[in-house]
Design a protein around this ligand. Structure first.
Ligand SMILES: [Zn+2]
Ligand SMILES: [Zn+2]
Length: 243
């Protein structure tokens, strides 16, 4: 599917691959650094430029910015050609930050009340009460959800585990699971806060469905299971048995 019923679609590119040293089992991966996923999007069919680009979670480390420069080179644009920035949630590891030797670019913030055809901002509370996912359609028709820390990475998602060090209340944990279910029920591809893109398919949703009862406070949000089951059924039907 190339056309999206007249809904504008977008190109996207990860400028900085997210990493998180802390694993859900408590291990620390020494080779990983704490850095968020930074994603650039621009309308399909247009050359990326200050007038049409949005950079999501522009918090760069010294090594991350080098990765970003290399990818911007491939697009034949500079950091300064990026127009707007959008921050999924007000945590220091997602807000605008550039290494000290990078000249300050002229980014403008994308305000949450700005309407852009084809882009929907969806409130995904839990990890942060005002966390907004930025969602759009890709050229291939897939619904792409850039969700910040509503999902940390695939391993954390599959473990139904969370950054307990944030000192969550039970109500916040329940909100987190509801947000995960809402994201999974609508996204075809999740771009998480600290990891590689996650494809939402029948296998992933089946796993989440099976393991959710072991999540903390799962009994406080029985609505998560039917939401996941509906998505699992939908994705199972999409699998062509001849394939
Ligand atoms: Zn966060
Ligand atoms: Zn984060």
């Amino acid at each position: 599917m190339i056309e999206n019923d007249g809904i504008p679609c977008f190109n996207w590119m990860i400028l900085q691959t997210g990493q998180l040293p802390l694993r859900p089992d408590g291990r620390l991966v020494q080779t990983a650094e704490h850095r968020c996923t930074a994603v650039l999007i621009w309308p399909h069919g247009a050359h990326p430029a200050a007038a049409n680009t949005i950079l999501i979670d522009p918090c760069f480390t010294s090594t991350g910015i080098e990765e970003a420069y290399a990818r911007l080179d491939r697009l034949d644009i500079a950091l300064d050609d990026i127009g707007r920035i959008f921050v999924t949630h007000l945590h220091a590891d997602h807000m605008l930050h550039l290494p000290y030797d990078v000249p300050a670019p002229r980014f403008r913030p994308l305000r949450p009340d700005t309407r852009i055809d084809g882009i929907e901002l969806v409130l995904c509370p839990g990890h942060h009460p005002l966390l907004l996912a930025l969602t759009f359609r890709a050229v291939d028709g897939r619904a792409i959800w850039v969700v910040g820390d509503a999902v940390l990475d695939e391993e954390w998602l599959r473990a139904w585990h969370y950054f307990w060090v944030n000192g969550y209340t039970p109500a916040e944990i329940v909100e987190t699971w509801r947000s995960v279910a809402a994201i999974v029920s609508r996204a075809d591809l999740i771009i998480p806060g600290h990891g590689a893109p996650i494809t939402v398919d029948a296998e992933l949703v089946g796993h989440l469905l099976e393991t959710f009862p072991q999540a903390a406070f799962a009994d406080h949000c029985p609505d998560v299971i039917p939401t996941l089951r509906a998505r699992w059924l939908q994705l199972s039907e999409q699998v062509d048995p001849g394939e």
